[in-house]
Design a protein around this ligand. Structure first.
Ligand code: HEM
Length: 160
């Protein structure tokens, strides 16, 4: 199955990534987690995306899923569904670097009637030397844009 040419700039994301993360927000206690991200090529001009996280004891924590589009060499559009009642439309730019690339995305959010209020989010992904760093900030529950999550992931090699 040939990779759609639009996906060439982000092809190195394809696969599964795993590693430790840490979260905080002024209204909650800080926490740590293990994160796994999977970006899959399905032969269309987008990658499917699944994120799962677990507590240090192994209980499931946050999960989210969506689609990443790269309509041109610099533009990223990432649509994400949250089980907590938000949909996130994250848009921004791809910044190419010698050893990988970075992405800085800003999201518009739609909150369901019973969800905690999230007004805006910022996502940064940085891939360098086969290490994927993820940073997430949000303006939520009445606070301005504030850091919530950071994680550092390594590629999980497919089973032989
Ligand atoms: C790695 C992924 C994530 C993990 C492990 C995580 C974990 C947590 C934890 C443990 C809490 C505190 C307890 C709770 O309210 O459940 C929390 C609160 C919260 N998170 Fe996250 N979260 C993640 C991603 C997100 C995302 C993507 C959003 C927004 C789209 C989000 C929005 C919130 C909000 C609004 C709160 C409530 C803050 C409050 O009540 O004051 N989280 N998160």
């Amino acid at each position: 199955m040939a990779l759609h040419p639009n996906l060439k700039p982000i092809a190195s994301l394809i696969g599964t990534w795993r590693g430790p993360g840490r979260g905080e927000y002024p209204t909650i206690s800080s926490f740590t987690y293990t994160e796994e991200l999977t970006f899959t090529d399905v032969g269309k001009p987008f990658l499917t995306y699944l994120q799962r996280t677990w507590s240090p004891e192994g209980s499931p924590m946050h999960t989210e899923t969506g689609f990443m589009r790269a309509p041109d060499a610099e533009t990223i559009e990432f649509t994400i569904a949250q089980p907590t009642g938000q949909t996130e439309l994250a848009e921004g730019h791809l910044i190419e670097a010698a050893s990988g690339f970075g992405m800085e995305l800003r999201s518009r959010i739609v909150n369901s009637a019973t969800a905690k209020q999230v007004d805006q989010t910022q996502r940064k992904y940085s891939l360098a030397n086969d290490e994927l760093s993820v940073d997430f900030a949000m303006a939520a529950v009445g606070l301005p844009m504030t850091h919530h999550l950071s994680s550092t992931l390594r590629r999980v090699e497919p089973a032989a």
